[in-house]
Design a protein around this ligand. Sequence first.
Ligand code: AMP
Length: 545
Amino acid sequence: MLGLMQDQPLLISSLIEFASRQHGDTDIVSRRVEGDIHRTTWRAVASRSRQVANAIEADYLAFSERVATLAWNGYRHLELYYGVSGSGRVLHTINPRLHPDQIAWIVNHAEDRILCFDLTFLPIVQAMHAQCPTVGRWVALCDADALPADTGIPDLVSYEAWIADHGATYDWPEFDENTASSLCYTSGTTGNPKGVVYSHRSTLLHAYAVSLPDAMCLSARDTVLPVVPMFHVNAWGLPYSCALTGAKLVLPGPALDGASIYELIESEQVTFAGGVPTIWQTLLDHLHGHWLKFSSLRRTVIGGSACPPAMIDAFQTEFDVEVLHAWGMTELSPLGTICTLKSHQLDLPAHEQATLRAKQGRAIFGIDMGILDEEGRALPWDGKTGGELVVRGPWVAKDYFDSEAGSPLVRDAQGREWFPTGDVATIDVDGFMQITDRSKDLVKSGGEWISSIDIENIAVAHPDISLAACIGIPHPKWDERPIVVAVRRPGSVVSREDLLAFYAGKTAKWQIPDDVVFLDTIPLGATGKVMKGKLREQLKDYRLP
Ligand code: AMP
């Protein structure tokens, strides 16, 4: 027997229509690339996202074709979130911090048809547009009169001119909730980036879960500032959860320095903010440097890399802001765990609570997690035994977009399929997970990944280098910075400066290693792979210059 409840697909368009109807007057505030503060409402965003949908229809995009963005957090980006996905097309958010060649590769792999970009990123688009034959329309996210002349980009149109010709009446189509809604590439250990394809269903379920009291606890009484970018895992789902709860949304645009973020928090009376530790460090430095306090901020979610206990302590004891330490991945939409205490833990002494809060937290409903040994056997939840963290659930990826590598899922000893996170973790008796190590070799700098393979490939392309390995070295500001360990070819005298200069133009500037360490040999494993664990051990006393 089937249930007798109405069969309504979970679609992203329903979020924006709900926000428009129930919270139409609630503000959406953006700091624009132009520098000014722009104010709109959920109702107006809904109306303009329908104009976006009409503009896409007029460009003859087929169902599920991709519309890409290279954009900061702002209201036009938000309109694209809803207009593109709501119309049945796929929103492809691209990380503008990648090298133009990497961006071109991603655009071609995704076969993007339209690419919308903030004017900040005009130089990137100028550098790569000629390599992107699938893109038929380039849209600059600006007013018609702000469109620069002579850009060299064919048929470039301003966003405002693009949507102005189209009405705000549009019947959002109904379709299968498992339809693809958005696409985000993550840097892989095996060379090229991999596309994670979210569905309408996964996005809505994730939006519900994120909003729960023991997760981010969002409501119509909140003013939410996602400092985490909308180009990376949908800003942790906040643009969707805010529509679902009717929260006021504050979007920081390109100004991510401590002073600008603080000014926005105070002027808009932000109650909840989300970001990576490096961003919050600049905010804390600003507060300390100017003897400032928060007048409205109550909670902040911090994740993307491990949040240092000192940061949790500073927010809580000095500024009376609760830190929610969270863990997630692009492949998890991204939220997997979040650290909120259980009632019996509230009576624990302060130092024990601090130890708990430094953990990445408990799984939210929808995420099943475990730790496995090398044979796929489940390891005990004793807070001590470490194993590979595996997850499964309705907003966890089962495969990558158009990937030749095959499904990433692994089977446990019982034959159940899991997504292997590449993280090594412990889980305690209360279900609190703690990342102890990263089994992947990617370097995370300022919340952004640097593929060690890319760095190694460039080094070994130098005629005087025979072998290279890139590893991350802890850095007080950026979490980690890459260095390259290299073996010179016999007889060669290539210097540190020569090799660093060789990187110029081959990868984004911030991805260039901070240093070169020359060794006579690099430890190799049985299959000829560099043993990075051993290498790190060998360089444990190394300090960045
Ligand atoms: P990404 O897909 O770029 O969001 O990166 C996901 C990876 O970031 C995870 O697999 C972890 O290695 C790391 N990560 C995310 N959140 C945390 C956290 N709170 N603590 C430690 N590592 C984290």
